[in-house]
Design a protein around this ligand. Structure first.
Ligand SMILES: CC(C)[C@H](C(=O)O)[C@@H](O)C(=O)O
Ligand code: SF4
Length: 418
């Protein structure tokens, strides 16, 4: 019996052939924690070992959720983490560098790696053909100390996406559609392997969006077999990779728990309605819903390509009066590229508020909260009650194209009509 890419990555990490369902104690290639989870990981690490992380070059800490500090507690956490990073020599990305997940895929992740992060959206990195998953802070403390962690090698659900995407329909719409189809717990603890002719043609940015939301259907990770699109991306990011992507394809006779097929021809842009990510409908069903705030950003859709799609739609238009459009580039690299290409200027011209790279309003952090009764249309990944401010607010999720078109009209708008 052949192996899935997930089994291949675990077999390489463990130095022996392993199969889905087996429990393994595996060494990790990279470990990441952010400003919310790292303080607890450091505490656990101190209790377990005291001093001396397993390998400082493999540990990354990023300040993104509360950066720059939005409270004295956050400031104290940042201060402690700066001291820890200096003492242990681990890699630190301070305020302004961007969202951890974006930084990881711009600088550290390579195909075939086994990566853990103390954040649920670590699954994003699977878009590069790595196995990456979120872990708790205490687990991360153990990783800081030993470089290893136990896993149950997950079974794989293969999502086979075929057909042809229409105008203004993107990876975000595909993943929302899939979550609606299988439900928020439909892939619990599974590796969600995205393939098929449509995925092969998606750029890495859209693959990242899809893998990012695998956890919203319960997935242990999202993963795309690496190919020449991946290699071109690594080159652009100046990430050195001398492995063979062919070796990281799932075998033809690999064992899948299930294959889910989707033909995207004629598929509409998708929207997740409050308050569950699997409450997904075609945009036509919610067209005309009045909105108060639009957020374009997050580890799901805050990349250059996302900002470009939005600025193309908003060019020469203006955000309707009474609606706030908040745009947050996912990283410094994204921000600078968008600045140089005039994208930021177009967005600001249209009436957007463009903020520094960070998580922004995604989880109701430092700014951009909504009031009771207000409606947020967001390109992020979760629309739970209270996530972006008042528990009496409403959050709809969509692609950057739908978000930009809706900002012009002040109501949820089908981007194909703009
Ligand atoms: C703060 C962090 C633990 C959390 C996560 O793990 O996902 C956050 O990033 C989120 O999106 O809710
Ligand atoms: S952007 Fe949102 S989903 Fe992503 S890590 Fe930050 S808070 Fe979590």
């Amino acid at each position: 019996m052949g192996q899935t890419i997930t089994e291949k990555i675990f077999s390489r990490a463990c130095g022996k052939d392993v199969k889905a369902g087996e429990f393994v104690f595996a060494p990790v290639d990279m470990a990441m924690a952010n400003d919310i989870t790292a303080p607890l990981a450091v505490k656990a690490f101190r209790e377990i070992k005291g001093k001396g992380v397993f390998d400082p070059k493999k540990i990354v800490i990023v300040f993104d959720h509360q950066a720059p500090a939005d409270s004295v507690t956050a400031a104290e956490n940042h201060k402690m983490l700066r001291e820890f990073a200096k003492e242990e020599g681990v890699i630190l990305y301070d305020v302004g560098e961007g969202i951890a997940h974006q930084i990881m895929v711009e600088k550290h992740v390579k195909p075939g790696m086994l990566v853990v992060g103390a954040d649920s959206h670590t699954c994003t990195y699977g878009a590069l053909g790595a196995f990456a998953t979120g872990v708790g802070s205490t687990d991360m403390g153990c990783v800081f100390a030993s470089g290893k962690l136990w896993f149950k090698v997950p079974e794989t659900i293969r999502f086979e996406i075929n057909g042809k995407l229409g105008k203004h329909v993107y990876g975000k719409d595909i993943i929302l559609k899939l979550i609606g189809m299988v439900s928020a717990k439909g892939a619990t603890y599974k590796a969600c392997e995205f393939g098929g002719e449509v995925v092969r043609e998606l750029n890495v940015s859209e693959r990242l969006t899809m893998c990012n939301m695998a956890v919203e259907m319960g997935g242990k990770t999202g993963i795309v077999e690496p190919d020449k699109v991946t290699l071109e991306y690594l080159k652009e990011m100046e990430i050195e990779f001398d492995g063979d992507v062919e070796e990281l394809r799932s075998d033809e006779d690999a064992n899948y728990e299930k294959i889910v097929e989707l033909d995207v021809t004629d598929m509409s842009p998708q929207v997740a309605k409050p308050h569950k990510v699997d409450n997904v409908v075609d945009v036509e069903e919610v067209e005309g819903t009045k909105i108060d705030q639009v957020f374009i950003g997050s580890c799901t859709n805050g990349r250059y390509e996302d900002l470009k799609i939005a600025s193309d739609i908003l060019e020469g238009e203006s955000v309707t009066k009474g609606v706030r459009l908040i745009v947050v580039p996912a990283s410094k690299r994204v921000y600078i590229k968008a600045l140089k290409d005039g994208i930021i200027e177009k967005l600001v011209d249209a009436g957007a508020i463009v903020e520094f790279p960070c998580c922004g309003p995604c989880m109701g952090g430092s700014f951009g909260l909504i009031a009771s009764g207000e409606v947020s249309l967001s390109t992020s990944n979760r629309n739970f009650i209270g996530r972006q401010g008042s528990p009496k607010g409403f959050i709809y999720l969509c692609s950057p194209a739908t978000a930009a078109a809706s900002a012009i009209y002040g109501e949820i708008t089908d981007p194909r009509k703009v």
